[in-house]
Ligand binder design. Structure first.
Ligand SMILES: [Zn+2]
Ligand SMILES: [Zn+2]
Length: 382
């Protein structure tokens, strides 16, 4: 009986001269893709077996040599290598390789996890006024954080005592269980529940920190906010986060800018916008306006005949650009106010004025008819 040798290289999609690393990488990628727990396609399970078989063969120098010579080390009698109970450990590669494929734990040392770990990063919101975000400020902040326990210097043990090897896991930090699955017998491990994966226990914890190696405290520090920051920006204070368990290095603290709304100015990027109301006469005749900016005053010239909803731009009076020279602009949006309460004298003057411009308007009667009159009045006038 002749068996056609399987194309193990083709199954993994690697060239025949692929390095061991290439093969491993290709295998991990495919195993992730076709694992039956992830891929519900009925064909995935078969494909997954093939991938595992191909990896078993190509990751083993001797079996790979048989393949390169045209044989099939997994075929019955083919090459006489491997097989159940053989050095290859059965038809499937070790569970560790599969776990590696999924959790990317390859190369990571197994066994107990260290008690000393890096601290977590923290985020602290910092409310600021517009002039503070615009021009920068040194703001005191109060941080609730974890610092190294001074009693045990982070070790977590009471004075004169030490950690002890965990008796449940024998110091390995993990316990194993054996399951039967479609892949055959699979040994899985999980963190030891007694020592939480550390491999050691603390028989006499430090009374101050209860074994954590750190205590919570509140401290105040000053953060320098540069000019031009924006709402929601974060400023990183390296090493100002909480220290890690077991005296581990501290994480970073991020100060998140929360810019408070301003009474006068609204901000769009580095430009500012404000509204200014001017009387109708000023818009018609033109005038000089004094505008309060974020950091001073500016005199604006309103040209005669300025229309309602005009916008004036004052260059360089917006927010300074962050870590750059220059500033945004200030946009002044004009609201032209029509007079509401006219004295008899003012009304007469306005009517005379209208008359001289050929803009005569019909007088309102007490009975109404307002809208039709308005329409008639303005008909034909631009
Ligand atoms: Zn302590
Ligand atoms: Zn243990």
């Amino acid at each position: 009986m002749t068996t056609v040798a399987k194309d193990y290289y083709g199954i993994l999609g690697v060239p025949r001269d692929a390095s061991a690393d290439d093969i491993k990488r290709a295998y991990r990628k495919l195993a992730r893709q076709y694992h039956p727990d992830i891929n519900p396609e009925p064909s995935a399970q078969e494909r997954f077996k093939e991938i595992n078989a191909a990896y078993e063969v190509l990751s083993d120098d001797q079996k790979r040599q048989i393949v390169d010579l045209g044989g099939d080390p997994l075929a019955p009698g083919g090459g006489g290598m491997g097989g159940p109970g053989g050095p290859g450990g059965g038809p499937f590669v070790g569970f560790q390789d599969i776990m590696d494929a999924f959790f990317g734990t390859a190369g990571a040392s197994r066994g107990p996890r260290p008690r000393t770990r890096p601290g977590a990063d923290a985020i602290l919101p910092l409310p600021l006024e517009l002039h503070e975000t615009a021009f920068g400020v040194e703001a005191p902040i109060t941080v609730d954080t974890a610092v190294t326990c001074q009693t045990c210097q982070g070790a977590g043990t009471a004075a004169g005592t030490h950690v002890a090897t965990c008796e449940v896991c024998g110091g390995r930090g993990e316990v194993q269980s054996v399951q039967r699955t479609f892949l055959g017998q699979v040994v899985s491990s999980r963190p030891c529940p007694t020592c939480a994966g550390f491999g050691t226990v603390i028989p006499n914890p430090c009374a101050t920190c209860a074994g954590d190696g750190r205590v919570r405290t509140r401290r105040t520090l000053t953060v320098k906010i540069p000019a031009g920051v924006e709402d929601q920006m974060r400023i990183r204070l390296a090493g100002q986060g909480e220290v890690g368990p077991g005296g581990g290095p501290p994480g970073d603290l991020y100060v998140e800018i929360h810019e408070r709304p301003h009474d006068v100015f609204s901000r769009k990027a580095d430009d500012l916008h404000c509204r200014v109301t001017v009387p109708m006469t000023a818009a018609a005749l033109g005038t000089r306006l004094t505008i309060k900016t974020l950091d001073g005053e500016e005199t604006l010239e309103l040209k005669p005949g300025t229309q309602p909803a005009s916008t004036l731009r004052i260059r360089g009076k917006g927010v300074p650009h962050l870590r750059a020279t220059g500033r945004g602009d200030l946009f002044v949006h004009l609201d032209v106010r029509t007079p509401t309460k006219l004295t008899a004298e003012q009304e007469r003057m306005l009517r005379d004025f209208a008359k001289t411009r050929g803009e005569e308007v019909a007088e309102l009667t007490k009975q109404g008819g307002f809208f039709s009159r308005m329409r008639d009045a303005f008909n034909g006038h631009a």
